[in-house]
Design a protein around this ligand. Structure first.
Ligand code: RIB
Ligand code: CA
Length: 315
């Protein structure tokens, strides 16, 4: 059974890898993409989604533009530019898109796709949860229609932007709090698992053997690796979004544990923290699952085989 996949994203270098993984995986059928501000402003993330789909030859996939401003708080930064570059894709040489976004806003677009899909819908959010918060506000009827909801975001035990907050949650904590409280059962693929997988630069050596895909992805991944080397002192990256996408494509690829997850929105030191309670005592019920572990070698085998299949199809 093919599953319908909706991707909410802020491309973003690791978002681009995750989108390529989805397009290279026959288990899922990408029925739509919505864009959100995060790694860069909404104009850049939307431009990147469009030009990536054109590059992949998938102009059949509709794109809806979402929210740039966070759900409740004022935008304080333009995106995680040190990591993804001024244009959100490391300054890659990729033509501007000729395709356009659909006329509907992201929440209405996602709701329409969910209501009308003949196949079970997996919604995977790999950016801040701003669009998803507006979706559950404006179209609560679709919550029970979503077969599975997987996010890249948060962490039970660590952080990246701060010691306890992960970027997608930290960028819009009120949106994340709203989503975790909405009744949507959320599979949280956070830093607990994404930091456990190091994608060393050598794993991308095959890119040099394929022309079109290799040229673009060698550029963006070298840019991403250069940044990571300044942070971590080694030539590797964490493929956060592709890991979340892998859990969406292969359910329970990861070890998941039921948990009640809530978000700190006002702590002086803890804003953006996903407070993850796996004790589930005193009437506290789970509202999702926290992902703890994955077989990194198996993930890399899956990722590289699907990406190289997509690369070959591009010539
Ligand atoms: O913390 C990692 C997340 O923040 C990823 O989704 C990456 O694309 C950035 O948005
Ligand atoms: Ca992202």
């Amino acid at each position: 059974m093919t599953r319908a996949l909706l991707i909410d994203t802020d491309p973003g270098i690791d978002d681009a890898v995750a989108i390529a993984l989805a397009l290279g995986s026959p288990e899922v059928n990408v029925i739509g993409i919505s864009t959100v501000g995060g790694n860069s402003g909404l104009a850049a993330t939307t431009n990147n989604a469009l030009r990536l789909l054109e590059f992949f030859g998938r102009t059949d996939i509709p794109v809806a533009s979402g929210y740039d401003e966070p759900y409740r708080r004022a935008k304080t930064e333009t995106g995680y530019e040190p990591v993804h570059g001024h244009d959100g894709l490391g300054g890659v040489d990729l033509p501007a898109p000729t395709i356009k976004v659909v006329s509907t806003d992201a929440p209405a677009f996602l709701a329409d796709k969910i209501r009308n899909s003949p196949d079970p819908v997996t919604l995977v959010a790999i950016g801040p949860l701003t669009n998803i918060a507006h979706l559950v506000d404006q179209h609560p009827d679709v919550i029970p229609m979503i077969d599975r909801f997987v996010i890249m975001g948060g962490a039970a035990r660590t952080g990246n932007v701060t010691p306890v907050a992960e970027f997608n949650i930290w960028h819009d904590p009120e949106a994340a709090k709203r989503v975790f409280a909405s009744g949507l059962v959320t599979v949280m693929v956070g830093l607990d698992v994404t930091h456990s997988v190091k994608t060393h630069e050598s794993l991308w050596n095959w890119l040099k053997d394929c022309s079109k895909f290799g040229k673009v992805f060698d550029h963006i991944l070298t840019s991403y690796t250069n940044t990571y080397e300044t942070f971590y002192g080694e030539r590797m990256t964490h493929q956060h979004d592709a890991l979340a996408m892998a859990e969406a494509i292969w359910p329970n690829l990861m070890v998941l544990e039921p948990a009640h997850i809530d978000v700190e929105c006002s702590g002086e030191l803890t804003t953006g923290m996903t407070v993850t309670d796996t004790r589930l005592r005193n009437g506290v019920k789970s509202n999702g699952f926290v992902a703890w572990t994955i077989d990194g070698d198996d993930f890399h085998a899956k990722l590289m085989s699907r990406l190289s299949a997509l690369a070959k199809s591009l010539g």
